[in-house]
Structures are given as C-alpha cells and as structure tokens.
Write a protein that binds this ligand. Structure first.
Ligand code: COA
Length: 137
C-alpha cells in the first residue's frame, strides 16, 4: 500500500534506496555520497518519500526561503511504479504543505517534457522565461 512520508533524516537503508532513485534518473554524480544526501534531506524544507511496504519508490522535495518562495525539485518515481498516480499525489502533497505554511510562489523546472504532468496539478508554463543553470551541463 502506498504511503507518503516526510523525512528530515534517513537510516542507511533508506539512503541507499533514495540513491537508487537518483541513479535511475541519472541525477547522481560520482562526487555525491550518503553524507551529502543527508544534507539534501535535512536542508530541504520538505523531503517527501513514497513508500510501497518499506521500500522507497518515489521522492520529491521542496527547497525554500522559509517564508514566501519555494521550488519543487527532484521529483521522481521508480520506472516500475510509474503511471499509478504516485507522482501526482506527491506533487499535490508538497503543494498543500507549502500553501499551508504560507508560501505564495511555488515554482519548478519541468524536465523532459513533463510540463503537461505539472499543468494537470495547477502549474503554468511561464512565458518569456528560460530555466538556466550556472556552468557546464
Ligand atoms: C514525472 C513523474 C514523476 C510522473 O510520475 P507518475 O507517478 O508516473 O505520474 P502519475 O501517474 O501521477 O500521472 C499523473 C498524470 O500525469 C500524466 N503524466 C505522467 N507523466 C507524464 C509525462 N512525463 N508527461 C506528460 N504527462 C504525464 C499521467 O498520464 C497522468 O494523467 P491522468 O491523470 O490524466 O491519467 C515520473 O514519470 C518520473 O519519475 N519521471 C522521471 C523524472 C522526472 O521527469 N521528473 C519530473 C521532472 S523534474
């Protein structure tokens, strides 16, 4: 049964499962490690896990200024569990938490043509804007 759980820290097994999700997306680099992941988790406003039994099958997080602006990031569901409404439930959960805490600006970068997925959850493509990142990709 699916369970959504916010975490502030994770045991070694949970960290390994979260790393598997990052790796499946190609979002894990050689210089990343469990200690750094622990900091991503504790430093995020919310770090959400989706659990099937005891196994982490999805994740997503929100980073913020703790008052007004927040970004949703690193949202992913393991390939084997996609198209079962899990990703949508995670986005809805994070948005609800952020709105409840008074955040007025909630943004994200929709990778790989996923913007229709986010549009279904109330997000809009920002006209005349381009997501950018510093340095080489
Ligand atoms: C994007 C992602 C999180 C969606 O998770 P999911 O659990 O498969 O999504 P859901 O089952 O909740 O889908 C909800 C709705 O969005 C649609 N949808 C899901 N993925 C989509 C995509 N990539 N493009 C367009 N629509 C999509 C579904 O068809 C569904 O529509 P419906 O409600 O009309 O049936 C998942 O595909 C994933 O992990 N992708 C790789 C990582 C990624 O791209 N993350 C997001 C960008 S940062």
């Amino acid at each position: 049964m699916l369970r959504l759980k916010l975490i502030k820290r994770a045991d070694d097994r949970t960290l390994s499962q979260i790393i598997s999700i990052y790796k499946e997306q190609g979002w894990w680099t050689a210089s990343d490690n469990k200690k750094r992941l622990g900091k991503f988790i504790s430093g995020s406003r919310f770090f959400l896990t989706a659990l099937d039994g005891g196994k982490v099958i999805g994740m997503g997080r929100a980073i913020s200024d703790s008052a007004n602006d927040a970004y949703i990031q690193d949202l992913a569901v393991l390939k084997a569990f996609r198209k079962k409404k899990i990703g949508g439930k995670m986005v809805d959960f994070l948005v609800k938490k952020l709105k409840k805490e008074g955040f007025r600006w909630i943004g994200l970068i929709a990778q790989d043509g996923t913007y229709p997925f986010y549009e279904k959850r109330g997000f809009k493509v920002m006209k005349n804007s381009h997501p950018m990142v510093y340095g080489k990709l």
